[in-house]
Design a binder for this molecule. Sequence first.
Ligand SMILES: NC(=O)c1ccc[n+]([C@@H]2O[C@H](COP(=O)([O-])OP(=O)(O)OC[C@H]3O[C@@H](n4cnc5c(N)ncnc54)[C@H](O)[C@@H]3O)[C@@H](O)[C@H]2O)c1
Length: 408
Amino acid sequence: MEVVVTGGAGFIGSNLGHELLTLSDVDEVAALDDLSTGFRANLDGTGIRLLEGTILDPDALDAACEGADAVVHLAALPSVPRSVIDPVASHHASATGTLEVLQAARRAGDLHVVIASSSSVHGANRELPKREGMRTALVSPYAVSKQATEAYAMSFGHTYGLPTLAFRFFNVYGPLQAAGHAYAAVIPAFVDSALRGEALTIHGDGEQTRDFTYVGTVTRVLADAVTRRVTDLEPVNLAFGTRTSLNALVDELAALLGHRPAVDHVEQRAGDVRDSQADHTRLRHRFPDVEPVPLREKGCPSRSWRRWWPVVATVVGGCRRRSWTGRRGSSSRPTTPRPSRGRRWRWCGTNHCGAGWRRLPASGARCSTSGPRSRCSSGPTGNWSGPDCRRGTHARPVKRAQAHFWAR
Ligand SMILES: NC(=O)c1ccc[n+]([C@@H]2O[C@H](COP(=O)([O-])OP(=O)(O)OC[C@H]3O[C@@H](n4cnc5c(N)ncnc54)[C@H](O)[C@@H]3O)[C@@H](O)[C@H]2O)c1
């Protein structure tokens, strides 16, 4: 089958494209993206076809949808603060854009359409956990545009019989999530600041909570929805009912980095939601096999590290590609080729460092298999490698990470 992913060069879209191409049912993935917040480099060498264009252009949509079987519609201008600054752009991208995508799907012969809505639609409704049928209380232009997105999808299901499915994403994190810009999501923003030695910025007291969802889990559900052609006339939460405060996130980062980053508390932002936690009953019913990847795994720091490592590598190394899948307990040899350059590489069999290929010391000693313990403590800031490191026997997370992630 052929799948069109709008916003396919963005964070979730490029992860999804990669996930889809691992499936035997999927022959081709095309990413329709105007590169406003996405990156061409996210797709380089992945086999995903980039169609540069906007979803506001019906001709570009028709060209993308020709011969396709399904559309995963992710294109939007995400971020609440961005929508507060420019509500019209937010509206065009999400509301008008979704309408155009749905029209194109009808013209192409009633393609299956899976769309991305957001937990932000719950806004000022303080009830937890967030059930899909609960009253929405929109407090930002972004939330309004996302409510329009899901409402259009469901109305096309009712009115025209178009096979649609609207997911509400919560806080998605993982590899290829961009940091270092004004609207960066909290996890890459924290990692970026911590590794630069700058204070982490928290809006408010830090006790606001989020339901963080690993991108690998999200893309697996999306891919399953596409291949099984799952439809619904009601939205479905795509998160698993976890609740982590930003202060707890700082604790987690401190434990992983080995030092506590400074924190700067600033004024709360307009449009921000206080607490977010999904009710996942409907998701579990529709996707009984899905196994979420947790933010932290108690009692096993190396597993925890596996979740964070690709995020850190992306932020620090600017990695745009990956072979990281984040599958739980996966220790099979990766399909990625062994990096050709360098001295000695060996499959370490644990996947804790992404693809699992580790550069070994000249002596050929076995590599250490726990992420955090391989961190070098000889440098003043506890860096992993570089001039501070005298041991040199462990994986280096910046440049060499790129070799672990589909060598460029
Ligand atoms: N990341 C999250 O935590 C989260 C949470 C809730 C909902 N969502 C939704 O998930 C979707 C994907 O989000 P993401 O985090 O990957 O964001 P992203 O910014 O990385 O990806 C969005 C992509 O859409 C593209 N795009 C924007 N306007 C477009 C247009 N007019 N035509 C074509 N392409 C356009 C961008 O260039 C970008 O590649 C969005 O719809 C977002 O609202 C994300």
